[in-house]
Write a protein that binds this ligand. Structure first.
Ligand code: HAM
Length: 415
């Protein structure tokens, strides 16, 4: 027996349909906000992720699917979408076009994490990236888009907000944090983080670290006047749109490219996998990847976790629709030929493929949730008529075969 790789999933039709709805709703929303689709490859040169996500992040250190291709180039399955979009933005010189430029994407990402409910090795993200707007309004717009998505789905999420400052004020803060934590009891991992990526300590779930952090210096006390002003305007912009948020100056994200605003949409319903989505501003990344200095902000929403929340908007009663062709004897080619054009009219049409009995065909009509059965008896074809049965009420009525497609495609509940 072959087995699916750990941390990946098959999407059977019902769940695949839910995923498709989640994508459609996201795409409609992004279009409403003026975003156009940008598709980038599933794999990129490893160096791109190492550079942009950051060498000392968990993602780059231990979660990437990296392999050599036959030309001995190091490639990596994308662990996230921003790096590829920024690469495409630079490589296609999109910065020469009108700014701000707005892109969205939907697709699988790959992270070698320990699988559990809500955490997969192949995961789906819907993301947006906005280039060329440095002001706080851009942050607000992006955050509002994610917020509206969860609202439309009927999901309760909490927006958590922070500012991690700019390179200058963050450096000051890092120094203060390191000085404070040195000699204190942190976990082993954090002792190491302290040297290489001190902000990650803030995110540690270990109780000993959490305790030590209680009195630690806070980034909010270190923001420079410009960063402080930016953050204040993001907050007032969100309030103006009646979007509630909580501020958490320990919210650091697992990617290195952020500056100023960072945010996450959280839930209490999925255990430890509490982030439904997140993002932030990344003003230095375009330049780091070889483009001009273009400010940017974006987000990614985790679609696997969103679906796990069982969004009310997806809970629709299965509706009867379409037509099942039923014949007295096993289905004939003539009957199929008559009904087949319905498919070109956008009507769901089904019929038995295995020579089953009349009774069995009715059962199929029911099992396939058809609204109508089109019953063609042995003499019907020569007499130019058939029967139509409403599967909801059981009522039957005769139907002239002349104009069949036209008549049937106008029936109530057929599409
Ligand atoms: P991220 O926070 O790493 O951000 O991922 C965004 C979301 O993807 C998470 O909040 C979570 O819902 C989902 N996610 C991440 N890993 C997994 C996993 N193993 N299984 C299931 N879901 C997962 C980014 O990826 C950034 N690129 C966001 C961004 C865009 N920032 C700026 N622009």
């Amino acid at each position: 027996m072959y087995q699916i790789p750990r941390g990946t999933r098959d999407f059977l039709p019902e769940q695949a349909a839910r995923f498709r709805r989640l994508e459609e709703i996201a795409v409609a929303l992004a279009s409403q906000y003026g975003y156009g689709e940008l598709r980038t490859p599933i794999f990129e040169y490893t160096e791109l992720f190492a550079r942009s996500v950051g060498e000392s992040t968990d993602i780059v250190e231990k979660e990437m699917y990296t392999f050599q291709d036959r030309g001995e180039r190091s490639l990596t399955l994308r662990p996230e979408g921003t790096a590829g979009v920024v690469r495409a933005f630079v490589e296609n010189k999109l910065y020469n076009g009108p700014l701000p430029a707005k892109y969205y994407y939907f697709g699988p990402m790959f992270r070698y994490e320990k699988p559990q409910a809500g955490r997969y090795r192949q995961l789906w993200q819907f993301g947006v990236e906005l280039f060329g707007a440095a002001g706080p309004r851009a942050d607000v717009e992006v955050i509002a888009l994610g917020w509206q998505y969860f609202q439309e789905l009927g999901i309760k999420a909490t927006l958590v907000l922070n500012s991690i400052g700019c390179r200058q004020c963050r450096e000051e803060y890092k120094k203060a944090l390191v000085a404070y934590l040195q000699g204190r009891k942190t976990c082993k991992l954090c002792a190491d983080r302290l040297e290489r990526n001190p902000l990650r300590v803030l995110d540690c779930k270990e109780e000993s670290c959490q305790r030590e952090l209680e009195e630690a210096p806070r980034i909010s006390q270190y923001l420079c006047p410009q960063c402080r002003e930016h953050f204040e305007r993001v907050k007032s912009g969100l309030s103006a749109l009646s979007i509630p948020f909580t501020q958490d100056d320990r919210l650091v994200r697992g990617l290195d490219y952020y500056n100023r605003t960072t945010f996450e949409y959280k839930t209490t319903e999925l255990g430890s996998q509490d982030a439904l989505g997140g993002g932030g501003r990344y003003d230095g990344l375009v330049e780091l990847i070889g483009g001009p200095a273009v400010p940017a902000v974006g987000l990614a929403l985790g679609i696997d976790r969103t679906e796990l929340m069982d969004p009310p908007a997806l809970r629709r009663e299965p509706r009867r629709r379409g037509v099942w062709l039923v014949t007295m004897d096993p289905v004939t080619d003539e009957a199929i030929a008559l009904a087949h054009p319905l498919r070109r009219q956008g009507v769901y049409l089904g019929y038995d493929l295995e020579g089953r009995s009349f009774k069995a065909q009715f059962k199929q009509a029911d099992r396939n949730n058809c609204r109508w059965s089109l019953i063609i008896g042995p003499d019907d074809l020569s007499q130019g008529q058939a029967m139509l049965r409403d599967m909801e009420t059981g009522e039957q009525r005769p139907l002239a075969l002349e104009n069949l497609v036209e008549l049937v495609s106008q029936l109530e509940g057929v599409k």
